[in-house]
Design a protein around this ligand. Structure first.
Ligand SMILES: *Cc1c(COP(=O)(O)O)cnc(C)c1O
Length: 415
C-alpha cells in the first residue's frame, strides 16, 4: 500500500480515478500532454522541501548547492535548446512568465499590442479581468475574416497609431505557423519591443519545425507543459543584456522561492527535447493534426483557416447544428476530451461558443499515428452526429477504452 493511500485515502482515490481517466480516454485538449516518467519522477522529489530564493551562486538560503546544480542545468539546456543567451526557469506558470516580462518592460498604464482572446489570444494578452488588461492599456489585433490568418496590415496600422511600448505575438488557439520575423519588422518600425509567447508551440520550435522566435524577439515566454511535454510551469528567454532586469523582476519582484522540484522537471524536459526522438515526436504531432483535420473536414465540420499547420485545429460545429458547449459535453460522455472555444468572428458567447479546439500533442505521445487519427476523427464525427442518442456515446466510450488500452501512457504504464 502506498504512503498516500495509507494516510489519505480520499486524495489517493481521486488521483487513482484521474489516472484511469487519463489512460482510458482520448486526450485532445490542445494545451495538454503526457509528461515522461522521468519528468514525473523529478517533479515528485524532496526538492519540493527546499527554499532557494535567488539564483544559482546567489541565494538567500543555505544548503542550495544541489539546487544550484539543478537550476544551472535547466538554464543551460533551455539556452542550448532554443539558441538563447539567457533563460529564467523560475516562473511558476506561463502566466507568470508573461507577467515577468510586462513588469520588466512596461509601466502601469502603458500600451501594448497583443492578439484578441476571441481570435486565439490568451487571458494574459490583455483580457479585461486579467492583470494584463487591468494594469496596462492592451490594444488588440486579430485575424482576417476571409482566411483567419493574422492580419498584419491591421497589426502595422495599430502599431503606427498607438505606438505601443511592446508588441506581443503568440496565441492559444491559432492553427497556423506564426510569422515572427514579420512581427519583428513591425516592432522595429515603431520602436516597440517584441515579446513572443510560444506557450503552445514551444515543442515545435524546439524540434526546429516552427520558426524560432528567439532569433527575432527581445523576450520569449513559454510554458513547459504543452507541446514541450515537461512539468507544469513557465520560463523566459532573452538576451544577456536584459538578463539582470528580467531576473530581478521574477525574484524578488514577483515571486518568492522557486519550485525546485518543478525546476528539476524542467531540466529533464529540456534534456529530453534535445534528443533526436523529440524531433520525430513533434513531426508526428503535426502530421497527426493534419490527418485529423482532413478527417473532420471530410465529415462536414468547418475548420478555422481551413486546416492546420501546427498541433491544433479549431472546428466550427454549428454547420452540423451544435454549439461548442454541447459538443464538448457530448464528446466527454464518449471519453473524448476537448474544450469548447470561440472561433474567429464568433456570433456566440465564450461560455457557449461555436467551436471546439482539438490538439494532437497528447495522443501522439501515446504513440498514435495517422491511421489512429482517422479512427479518432470518425469517432468524433459519429458522436457529434448523434448527440441525442446516449447509446452512441456509451458504445463509443467502450470502444475507445478498448482501443486506448493498446497505447501506454508515460508515467502510468510501464514503458
Ligand atoms: C497556456 C498559455 C499561457 C499560460 O499558461 P499557464 O501556465 O496556464 O499560466 C500563456 N500564454 C499562452 C499563449 C498560453 O497558451
Amino acid at each position: 500500500m502506498s504512503a498516500l493511500q495509507q494516510s489519505d485515502s480520499a486524495v489517493w482515490s481521486a488521483i487513482q480515478a484521474e489516472i484511469g481517466r487519463q489512460a482510458d480516454g482520448l486526450e485532445l485538449i490542445a494545451s495538454e500532454n503526457y509528461t515522461s516518467a522521468a519528468v514525473l519522477e523529478a517533479a515528485g522529489t524532496v526538492l519540493t522541501n527546499k527554499y532557494a530564493e535567488g539564483y544559482p551562486g546567489r541565494r538567500y538560503y543555505g544548503g542550495c548547492e544541489h539546487i544550484d546544480d539543478v537550476e544551472s542545468l535547466a538554464r543551460q539546456r533551455a539556452c542550448e535548446l532554443f539558441g538563447a543567451e539567457h533563460a529564467n526557469v523560475q516562473p511558476h506558470s506561463g502566466s507568470q512568465a508573461n507577467m515577468s516580462v510586462y513588469l520588466t518592460v512596461l509601466q502601469p498604464g502603458e500600451t501594448y499590442l497583443a492578439m484578441d482572446l476571441a481570435h486565439g489570444g490568451h487571458l494574459t494578452h490583455g483580457m479585461h479581468l486579467n492583470f494584463s488588461g487591468q494594469l496596462y492599456n492592451a490594444v488588440h489585433y486579430g485575424v482576417r475574416e476571409d482566411d483567419h490568418r493574422i492580419d498584419f496590415d491591421h497589426v502595422a496600422k495599430l502599431a503606427r497609431e498607438h505606438r505601443p511600448t511592446l508588441i506581443v505575438a503568440g496565441a492559444s488557439a491559432y492553427p497556423r505557423e506564426i510569422d515572427h520575423p514579420k512581427f519583428a519588422e513591425i516592432a522595429r518600425e515603431v520602436g516597440a519591443l517584441l515579446m513572443v509567447d510560444m506557450a503552445h508551440y514551444a515543442g515545435l520550435v524546439a524540434a526546429g519545425l516552427h520558426n524560432n522566435p528567439v532569433e527575432v524577439a527581445d523576450y520569449v515566454t513559454s510554458t513547459s507543459h504543452k507541446t514541450l511535454r515537461g512539468p507544469r510551469g513557465g520560463f523566459v528567454l532573452t538576451r544577456e543584456a536584459n538578463a539582470k532586469d528580467l531576473d530581478r523582476t521574477v525574484f524578488p519582484g514577483m515571486q518568492g522561492g522557486p519550485l525546485c522540484h518543478i525546476v528539476a522537471g524542467k531540466a529533464v524536459c529540456f534534456g529530453e527535447a534535445q534528443q533526436p526522438e523529440f524531433r520525430e515526436y513533434a513531426a508526428a504531432v503535426i502530421d497527426n493534426a493534419r490527418v485529423l483535420a482532413e478527417t473532420l473536414v471530410a465529415g462536414g465540420l468547418q475548420l478555422a483557416s481551413g486546416g492546420t499547420d501546427n498541433h491544433l485545429m479549431l472546428a466550427d460545429v454549428t454547420p452540423i447544428g451544435l454549439t461548442g458547449k454541447i459538443a464538448e459535453e457530448t464528446l466527454d460522455r464518449a471519453g473524448i476530451t476537448v474544450n469548447k472555444n470561440m472561433i474567429p468572428f464568433d456570433q456566440r458567447k465564450p461560455l457557449d461558443p461555436s467551436g471546439i479546439r482539438i490538439g494532437t500533442a497528447a495522443l501522439t505521445t501515446r504513440g498514435m499515428g495517422a491511421d489512429d487519427m482517422r479512427r479518432v476523427g470518425a469517432w468524433i464525427l459519429e458522436v457529434l452526429k448523434a448527440v441525442d442518442d446516449a447509446g452512441v456515446a456509451e458504445r463509443v466510450r467502450g470502444e475507445i477504452a478498448e482501443f486506448t488500452g493498446a497505447f501506454s501512457v508515460p508515467g502510468i504504464d510501464p514503458a
